[in-house]
Design a binder for this molecule. Structure first.
Ligand code: VGL
Ligand code: ZN
Length: 202
């Protein structure tokens, strides 16, 4: 069992990011048994859930003439346009049915502001609006976080980098992650995590 100061952060293991989902990450469901094993080792487990209102500004469907996976500029910077996904209350937004969610103390929903996307479990993509996760972890005396889930090159890496910036010791276990890899995003994410001092292990 890991010490009480370690938390497992399970990012967005939801139906829409798994095979058959609306933004399926290749091999997404393969992380589920690996993460179920990890969940037994940690005394603090946080699950995040991408949780968008219909008509979220990150959806290509909201931008006439634009297609999924194109980039645009929003008020807070560049934004990849996604297929509609993880709409609040939909089956796609639910956790993968095999994920052992019952041992989690905390479920954090993000991306609920229509105007701003939120990859990181700590901040919206404006990089200034906090979700409250830092306060939760700090208040419990957590000093080290292990980050796993979907997708490695978006929500996992953004969360890992923010955790490192907040002074946590951060480890990403790639065997429990899968990537989308659009326009060099995986290589960029690996560079960002390394630069932030995140330990990346296989
Ligand atoms: C994610 C793209 C859009 C993720 C969420 O969980 O990595 N990626 N929304
Ligand atoms: Zn999303």
């Amino acid at each position: 069992m890991r010490p009480l100061t370690d938390a497992l952060l399970v990012i967005d293991v939801q139906n829409d990011f798994c095979e058959g989902g609306r933004l399926a990450v290749p091999g997404g469901a393969q992380v589920v048994p690996v993460i179920n094993g990890l969940i037994t080792e940690f005394q603090t487990v946080v699950l995040s859930q991408d949780w968008h209102p219909e008509a979220h500004s990150s959806f290509a469907s909201q931008h006439p003439g634009r297609a999924p996976m194109e980039m645009i500029e929003l008020a807070y910077g560049p934004q990849v346009l996604w297929p509609d996904h993880c709409v609040q209350g939909s089956t796609g937004a639910a956790f993968h049915p095999d994920l052992h969610r019952d041992r989690a103390q905390m479920i954090l929903r993000k991306g609920t502001n229509r105007a701003v996307d939120s990859y990181s479990a700590f901040y919206e993509n404006d990089r200034t609006t906090p979700t409250g996760l830092d306060g939760y972890l700090r208040n419990k005396g957590i000093t080290s976080v292990t980050v796993v889930g979907l997708a490695l090159d978006f929500c996992v890496s953004y969360s890992a980098v923010d955790a490192a910036r907040h002074g946590y010791t951060v480890e990403v276990l790639t065997a429990a992650c899968r990537a989308i890899n659009v326009a060099g995003s995986l290589e960029a994410a690996m560079g960002d995590m390394t630069a932030a001092g995140v330990t990346i292990t296989g």
